[in-house]
Design a protein around this ligand. Structure first.
Ligand code: ATP
Ligand code: MG
Length: 391
């Protein structure tokens, strides 16, 4: 029996004039994610994208899982494709829907007939198919108000489709529909979650990672790449900029007061991110900062770090508690990787008493001891790029 995937559009169905460009982006993203599983064809009709496997060997369980991570899909389901013949529809319903119907007590049938040449009208299909299923599964009852399962029979130009029960999709809007931004990613728990959240709102992400060899190891870098790989099913392929940060950190340690060390370091991260963004066409920066979590995430500290760039900085976990962030990290399967114990450059030179209420003038004054512009240019010139692609 031939099966297809139905992806139901969420918010983008409300997009008015831009709607079709959102839909095209959704299809493009779905294609990219599913490509590795084999050939599929795509068509859209009435706020739904129909994804048809064009090869019998395609693993539809896996395709279903992949589709569940595509942003812009509000709900999704698998459906069987049937010849447009009432007898064939009944037979297919009995076989294909058996697992779903055996697991419940009540159901109802909904019919959608967009092919008006089909001889039965929708209410008649509902009544007849409902009666047929009651006979085939005698434990069932019809409940039109609050059924356990809604059996949907769609009669369309290209064929008839049967399905029962959809799951909530990944939600959000298609990746790329909001533009491109740079995600500052550490090896921690918060920044991958922040990336996931902003990709959900349509941002296509590039990643920016600061490393400080030999204080940070090759394994710390691999951990970040592993985290990005976990984001790819949601975000699509990601270009990662790896910035050598050792010299900047050493210069700060040598020349600046210890209590301002973290804040100055974070300002350099922002300066470099700004430099990369302007070179790479990124229109915003994303961080995993959460208000009050550590000394560098107080309001005044964030004012100091934000002062070195004119790009908007998105901090989607700013108002979340750690346990709320962890719940998302578990959901997107980054948590176990994030807690691997490799050093991040931030933890290499941590001051004993970081200032929690830094004053911008004081920080700017302390930075005078550094050859700031030259340090940024040198690190920028030595930045590597690595692509993290769909598997
Ligand atoms: P995370 O769990 O994301 O590491 P955190 O709670 O450890 O966050 P900080 O170390 O203060 O917090 O970092 C705050 C934010 O700064 C991170 O969420 C991330 O966006 C960015 N950041 C920190 N370290 C790095 C790094 N080595 N490379 C790139 N960005 C970084
Ligand atoms: Mg961190």
């Amino acid at each position: 029996m031939k099966e297809i995937l139905l992806l139901k559009e969420g918010e983008i169905a409300l997009k008015g004039q831009n709607r079709s460009s959102f839909e095209d982006l959704l299809i493009k993203n779905a294609k990219r994610r599913l490509r590795a599983l084999g050939p599929f064809s795509y068509f859209k009709a009435q706020s739904t994208i129909y994804v048809t496997p064009e090869d019998d060997g395609i693993d539809m369980d896996e395709a279903f899982e992949v589709a569940g991570r595509v942003f812009g899909v509000a709900a999704y389901c698998r459906a069987c494709v049937v010849e447009k013949d009432y007898g064939a529809i009944c037979e297919a319903a009995r076989e294909y829907l058996a697992p779903a119907l055996r697991a419940v007590k009540t159901f109802k049938v909904e019919a959608k007939r967009s092919d008006k040449s089909f001889p039965m009208r929708s209410p008649e299909i509902c009544r007849e198919l409902g009666g047929f299923l009651l006979e085939s599964f005698p434990h069932l009852r019809v409940d039109v108000q609050n059924p356990d399962v809604v059996v949907i029979a769609e009669i369309r130009e290209r064929g008839a489709y049967l399905h029962a029960g959809q799951l909530p999709g990944a939600g959000g809007i298609p990746v790329g529909s909001s533009g491109r931004a740079g995600l500052l990613i550490s090896g921690g728990i918060d920044s991958p979650v922040a990336g996931y959240m902003m990709a959900k709102r349509g941002l296509e992400l590039s990643a920016i990672h600061f490393e400080s060899p030999p204080y940070t190891s090759e394994r710390a870098r691999e951990k970040v790449m592993a985290l990005l790989q976990k984001l790819v099913p949601y975000c699509g392929r990601i270009k990662c900029y790896v910035v050598p940060f050792t010299k900047i950190q050493e210069e700060i340690r040598k020349n600046c007061p210890e209590d301002l060390f973290t804040i100055i370091m974070r300002r350099y991260m922002m300066r470099l991110s700004d430099r990369i963004a302007k070179e790479g066409g990124l229109s915003a920066l994303v961080t995993g900062e959460s208000l009050g979590q550590v000394a560098s995430q107080t309001m005044l500290a964030m004012a100091c770090t934000g002062a070195v760039t004119d790009l908007p900085i998105f901090r989607p976990v700013i108002g979340m508690d750690k346990n709320e962030i962890v719940a998302i990290a578990r959901k997107i399967d980054t948590f176990e990787t994030s807690i691997l114990p490799y050093e991040d450059c931030c933890t290499v030179f941590t001051p004993r008493h970081p200032r929690t209420r830094p004053k911008l003038e004081m920080v700017e004054q302390a930075e005078q001891a550094l050859q700031g512009g030259a340090l940024v240019e040198e690190a920028f010139a030595a930045t590597e790029t690595v692509w993290i692609r769909e598997l």
